[in-house]
Design a protein around this ligand. Structure first.
Ligand SMILES: [Zn+2]
Ligand SMILES: [Zn+2]
Length: 138
């Protein structure tokens, strides 16, 4: 699933395809995820959308994201220890967190290196969390 142009129509279609009734808040949250590829948290999304959506609550954001994860529209990322981030890119990839600026980067998975695991185990997929210092902070 890769929406190139983010318009109202394609977001509606995606929700429909997944059997989700397209409430205004769900549309807005999904649109936000497409436009902000920063792996936002519930807090980030709530902070940015609440001025526009006055009736929005953190619980609604949380429940909407939970539904999107269940329906395989977004992926929950456990790179932080105390909160969850969300990724609209559900293809397998690893994440790099810069410990200086806190930015999360998408990294390609190096299949060859990654297949090197203990005998008797079969890898189905792997996604890593890497912590370090990014290009911009070095
Ligand atoms: Zn950085
Ligand atoms: Zn990602």
């Amino acid at each position: 699933m890769n929406i190139k142009k983010i318009d109202h129509q394609s977001i509606l279609r995606l929700l429909e395809e997944k059997g989700i009734s397209p409430s205004f808040q769900r549309i807005k949250i999904l649109e936000y995820l497409f436009l902000n590829r920063t792996h936002p948290s519930v807090e980030d999304i709530y902070k940015d959308l609440s001025s526009e959506l006055l009736t929005l609550s953190k619980t609604t954001v949380y429940n909407t994201l939970k539904l999107f994860v269940e329906k395989n529209i977004v992926k929950a990322i456990g790179i932080e220890k105390d909160f969850v981030r969300y990724d609209i890119d559900i293809s397998p990839h690893s994440h790099f967190k810069c410990i200086k600026c806190g930015k999360i980067y998408d990294l390609k998975i190096n299949e060859e290196k990654d297949n090197n695991i203990d005998e008797g185990f079969k890898k189905v997929y792997s996604e890593k969390y890497i912590y370090g210092i990014c290009k911009n902070c070095k």
